[in-house]
Design a protein around this ligand. Structure first.
Ligand SMILES: Cc1cc2nc3c(=O)[nH]c(=O)nc-3n(C[C@H](O)[C@H](O)[C@H](O)COP(=O)(O)OP(=O)(O)OC[C@H]3O[C@@H](n4cnc5c(N)ncnc54)[C@H](O)[C@@H]3O)c2cc1C
Ligand code: SF4
Length: 350
């Protein structure tokens, strides 16, 4: 029997990889730096997920329970990997606690870091308490408290959601599209309208990327059924008149300046590379791609491989990803790791 496969990170990708390995009879060592498993959907308290509409605590919580109950999976939380030496089939892991473990392969499922909106100061986050992020609105909903203005707890009459905060923004070094935030924002807009039917919700966008089948279910339905308004605009700044927040910018369809008051402004934050990626790159001796995500060995023939044979990767560690794609990649990485162990042929960079 092989030594366990190390799965680093217990978010959707890591939970999926661990389960797939165990289901195939392979022992797993699952290590996460946080004290709870589940990754961003659990740690950040997401509400109802797109596209399934299931609560994150049920959907991802169910994946956590399945892994926790599996005797083939040893879970270490609140733990980090400090050193990783050896060769495919026979690696040694030194943990932060001082313990060492032998593992046969590794799958890096270390995910992403939410963009910190203080890096976009002209859009009011950190200055005005009623400028919040999509994760904060998710938490308002998932906690049962409901959508409200943090300054005084009132229900907002007017909400603006600003898209692409920390994505598609070359000025602050974020050139990527975070893929899911248009859809998440359309979904949140509908949830706000359902909870507070008298509330007007506006989405400020550069482009709408409700990709694939999401166009109909989120973009059109939010407008036709829930009367969410979309404004194609370039935002200049978010200020306050002492009473309400003021969103200033240019309507880029009619090329006119617009200044509109709101009670609550929501930043649709993007998915930055994990802040740990430099360390992960050094410890595991794997390359990063140019934006700072973990580099894939190849897009097709060795999709879950890294630059180091015997070390695989999956999910948002490699770039902005949805939950379903992260789960699929976790399973694919498990398969790649098993194949490399069974054939004795390490999957290498091409
Ligand atoms: C506001 C918002 C809402 C979203 N809503 C949806 C949605 O409704 N539907 C959808 O499909 N997608 C959604 N997403 C995207 C979703 O969050 C990701 O697809 C998903 O979390 C990726 O899973 P992952 O396992 O790859 O990474 P993560 O969820 O980031 O999990 C990574 C795990 O690795 C651990 N880790 C990190 N670094 C280390 C380290 N150095 N050592 C040990 N452990 C480490 C972390 O603690 C974490 O548990 C949303 C994203 C945002 C920003
Ligand atoms: S998914 Fe939409 S909001 Fe997110 S970065 Fe891409 S275009 Fe912007």
């Amino acid at each position: 029997m092989n030594d366990p496969v190390l799965v680093l990170g217990g978010g959707p990708a890591g939970l999926s990889a661990a389960h797939a390995l165990a289901a195939a009879g392979q022992n797993v060592l699952l290590v996460d730096k946080e004290n709870v498993l589940g990754g961003a959907p659990i740690l950040s308290g997401y509400a109802k997920l797109v596209p399934s509409g299931e609560w994150a605590k049920d959907a991802i919580g169910g994946m956590v329970d399945r892994v926790r109950a599996d005797p083939r999976i040893e879970v270490l939380t609140g733990e980090r990997v400090m050193r990783f030496d050896g060769n495919p089939g026979a690696f040694n892991v030194a943990l932060g606690s001082g313990a060492t473990r032998a593992v046969s392969a590794a799958i890096l499922c270390t995910g992403f870091t939410h963009f910190d909106s203080v890096n976009k100061p002209e859009w009011g986050f950190g200055t005005y308490p009623d400028v919040v992020t999509t994760t904060q609105v998710e938490q308002m909903i998932s906690s049962g408290r409901g959508v409200h203005c943090p300054s005084d707890g009132r229900k907002p009459a007017r909400v603006a959601i600003l898209l692409c905060v920390g994505s598609r923004d070359r000025q602050i070094g974020r050139e990527w599209c975070s893929k899911i935030c248009c859809t998440v924002s359309s979904n949140l807009a509908m949830e706000i309208r359902e909870e507070i039917p008298e509330c007007s919700v506006y989405i400020y966008y550069m482009d709408i990327r409700t990709f694939g089948l999401y166009e109909d279910k989120y973009y059109w339905e939010s407008q036709e059924k829930h009367h969410v308004k979309y404004i194609k605009a370039r935002i200049a700044e978010v200020t306050s008149n002492g009473d309400r927040l003021i969103v200033k910018g240019e309507d880029t369809l009619v090329k006119r300046p617009i200044t509109i008051p709101f009670d609550l402004v929501v930043h649709a934050i993007g998915m930055d590379p994990n802040v740990d990626n430099m360390t992960i790159s050094a410890v595991f001796d794997v390359q990063l791609e140019k934006h700072g995500y973990l580099a894939k060995a190849s897009s097709y023939s060795a999709m879950c491989g890294t630059s180091r044979p015997g070390v695989f990767t999956a999910g948002a560690a490699t770039g902005p990803e949805t939950i379903d794609d992260s789960i699929a990649q976790g399973q694919a990485a498990a398969m790649a790791a098993l194949a490399s162990l069974r054939t004795g042929l390490p999957q290498a960079a091409e």
